[in-house]
Ligand binder design. Structure first.
Ligand SMILES: NC(=O)c1ccc[n+]([C@@H]2O[C@H](COP(=O)([O-])OP(=O)(O)OC[C@H]3O[C@@H](n4cnc5c(N)ncnc54)[C@H](O)[C@@H]3O)[C@@H](O)[C@H]2O)c1
Length: 378
């Protein structure tokens, strides 16, 4: 058995995403399953070193995850030749600092989105990592959600005919923290700390739209700060300076129109926290995080407007579930496995820092559209 041990410097791993999605549900899960099997006699085994600023937090997390290596000394971790990959899930504004240090140390780069706070910086990072000849990737997890994979299957098998429009609804109620425990870090609601839902979510919508529906030509985006005051991790009240909702319309080069509502100030009356309704000439579908339901033209009921009587049609019953024909793993873990195969075996991996920069660019254009109250071209 050949074992490819890959040392991974995991920076920002004590944060919400770093701990839950990247360490526990991805890297630890890969270790627990015996690595990534490449055949009968070959396996990739991640060997993480947890990096952060608080020794106590790192020690507790390392013990919880059963990981031996941790340090507060990033430079030393990068200088260690055992470590081939640098992973960054720190705050967005910190990302370029860590990534540049890792590029200088010759490490392959994998990181959370957004890759930077400005598109100029995000494209500069892509240029630098490519010039150094290093492998690189950015988290685009939504592409591996079971619901979106089922939707992709419908697209690939021609279910929709011509796709006319896509309506994305994302969001849920995020408690203000006045009377309840926080669900999300308080920096998300402060512009000065790189918060805001446009910066956070338009990165995702960029790669979802591009990979499923086509290239974006132009967009119009209206942001809002619906809730002006929240309470932070220590119970102090603060003024919200960042957008907590965004209403964005995207025109694609192929004519499809996509409209995405993103909000941390809505209560959920839909099948999931993210739903995508796709309407085409031959059929429609609604995808959630795990499920997808579809209605072909031949099963489409004839709707007639008549508010004087109760609806004779039960609209919800006219949809069938796309079956779960495959086993779906955690979306972050699936992408980690693809990235590590890319690092070790050179298998293709197209979700690069350059692709990630396009998401940062779309968010920036969304903010510009809102500020200037106009459509902007991509
Ligand atoms: N892919 C996704 O769906 C998704 C979802 C949420 C957040 N994110 C992104 O992941 C990143 C982290 O978000 P989070 O919600 O985990 O935030 P978080 O606040 O929970 O974690 C941030 C981490 O960065 C560390 N950190 C803070 N300041 C630092 C500094 N100056 N130097 C070094 N480390 C520092 C913190 O200690 C912590 O470990 C953000 O860039 C965010 O946009 C991605």
């Amino acid at each position: 058995m050949i074992t490819h041990k890959v040392g991974i410097v995991m920076n920002g791993v004590t944060g919400r995403m770093g701990t839950n999605q990247h360490l526990l549900r991805s890297i630890k899960a890969i270790i627990d399953q015996g690595g990534i099997r490449l055949g009968d006699a070959e396996v990739i085994m991640p060997d993480p070193i947890l990096v952060g600023r608080s020794e106590a937090k790192l020690a507790a997390l390392a013990a919880r995850a059963g990981i031996a290596r941790y340090t507060t000394d990033l430079a030393a971790a990068l200088a260690d030749a055992r470590n081939q990959v640098y992973f960054d899930a720190t705050l967005t504004g910190q990302r370029p600092v860590g990534v540049r240090q890792a590029i200088a140390a010759g490490k392959h780069i994998y990181c959370e989105k957004p890759t930077a706070t400005t598109s100029a910086e995000a494209f500069a990072l892509a240029d630098e990592v490519e010039a150094a000849g290093l492998k690189n990737g950015v988290v685009q997890d939504k592409l591996w959600l079971p619901g979106l994979l089922k939707l992709k299957y419908l697209i690939d098998t021609g279910f929709f005919g011509k796709i006319l429009s896509v309506r994305g609804e994302f969001g849920y109620w995020v408690f203000t923290g006045e009377h309840e425990a926080l669900q999300r870090p308080s920096w998300n609601y402060r512009k000065e700390d790189d918060g805001g839902i446009i910066v956070d979510m338009l990165c995702h919508w960029q790669y979802v739209i591009q990979n499923l529906f086509g290239e974006i030509e132009s967009l119009s985006c209206l942001g809002a700060t619906h809730i002006p005051q929240r309470w932070n991790e220590t119970g102090q009240s603060y003024t919200c300076t960042a957008d907590d909702a965004a209403y964005a319309t995207f025109q694609l080069k192929n004519g499809t129109i996509c409209h995405f509502n993103s909000s941390w100030c809505v209560r959920v009356d839909r099948d999931d926290l993210l739903t995508l309704q796709v309407d085409g000439t031959q059929g429609s579908a609604v995808a959630g995080l795990r499920d997808c339901k579809a209605q072909p033209l031949a099963a489409t009921p004839r709707a007639i407007w008549n508010p004087d009587i109760d609806s004779p049609i039960d609209y919800k019953s006219g949809w069938s579930r796309v079956p779960t024909n495959a086993v779906y793993d955690n979306a972050f873990k699936v992408q980690w496995e693809l990235f590590l195969r890319h690092v070790v075996k050179g298998e293709p991996f197209r979700w690069s820092l350059r692709e990630g920069a396009k998401g940062v660019q779309l968010a920036e254009l969304g903010l510009r559209s809102w500020a200037e109250r106009r459509w902007v071209d991509v």
